[in-house]
Design a protein around this ligand. Sequence first.
Ligand code: TYD
Length: 146
Amino acid sequence: MTRTDIIPRLVTLISSSKVILNELGNITVIEDEIILGLSPRRLYFINNVPKGTIRGHHAHKELHQLLVCINGSITIDVDDGINMKSVTLDSNKKALYIGPNIWHTMKWNDDLAYLVVLASEVYDEKDYIRNYEDFLNGKKNEDDSF
Ligand code: TYD
């Protein structure tokens, strides 16, 4: 297991080195304290998305999420209000952790790309920040901004 901080504390790429291969097929395991700390209360999938579609365009106030692309390729752009980074998830060995207050978009590079998301809370529209100006204004008021 390797971890790369894309934006320290807030966005981390986790790469699994544990793949069990045999004549019956493959098992890929992503296990890490960052995932155990997530205590997921929701699991959701996004698929059947036409190539080139960009989803997301929001941040969450409290939600922690872990994204895994289990088929095809999806490019995730993350933005903490100062730093913008781009990560392509193109292997089921990679998982991207996104913490609260990160503006993110997800671009489908393949029609057959399939995204699996573990989320720390059940769905709550009130947790979304869907306006980029509101996101930036919220960042200005954060005490522990970086
Ligand atoms: P949204 O999170 O905005 O999708 P994306 O960021 O991938 O474009 O969700 C799209 C719609 O689906 C929105 O109306 C809310 C609804 N939804 C739920 O009802 N429950 C869920 O768990 C999720 C993720 C979305």
